[in-house]
Ligand binder design. Structure first.
Ligand SMILES: [Zn+2]
Length: 152
């Protein structure tokens, strides 16, 4: 079983299937941001699938990262959903080098989940999150996703 990046869908058709309207014509296009409900702050690179919100700092390098961020799916599930996962009958190989040691990854997860829990606690108490808080939460999601991807 393995991931085949070449099988990822074409970025333009993928994002249009996400019910996004991409304007204008060109390599970089604008669309609404589903992460903070912004009307046209998302910039999408139609060549690479990279995406970044100019308002809330949500971002990712390709359509797979977008799929993971919007659905909460892990790397393999998202790759399968996008047709980029090949079931070749071989056992899953774990040859990929991880960007940081497992202990450090756990520390990052610990910190980011605590930060998320504090934010959730504040919301439960009726406190509104600032834009900076929300942007920081997107950073937390990004870090957690990257670790999940690295150790998947
Ligand atoms: Zn945004």
């Amino acid at each position: 079983m393995s991931f085949d990046r070449n099988r990822l869908p074409d970025p333009l058709s993928y994002f249009e299937h996400q019910d996004l309207k991409l304007t204008p014509k060109g390599k970089w296009r604008s669309a609404r941001c589903v992460f903070h409900d912004g009307s046209d702050s998302m910039r999408i690179n139609t060549a690479t699938g990279a995406w970044v919100c100019m308002s809330c700092a949500a971002k990712g390098g390709d359509v797979l990262a977008y799929e993971m961020a919007t659905t909460g799916a892990d790397f393999i599930s998202a790759a399968k959903a996008l047709g980029a996962w090949i079931e070749d009958g071989k056992p899953e190989t774990r040859h990929k080098a991880t960007p940081l040691p497992a202990r450090q990854a756990i520390q990052v997860l610990n910190f980011e989940s605590t930060l998320t829990a504090v934010a959730a606690g504040n919301i439960a108490k009726g406190l509104a999150l600032t834009d900076a808080d929300r942007a920081r939460l997107m950073v937390a999601v990004g870090r957690i996703n990257r670790i999940a991807e690295a150790f998947a």
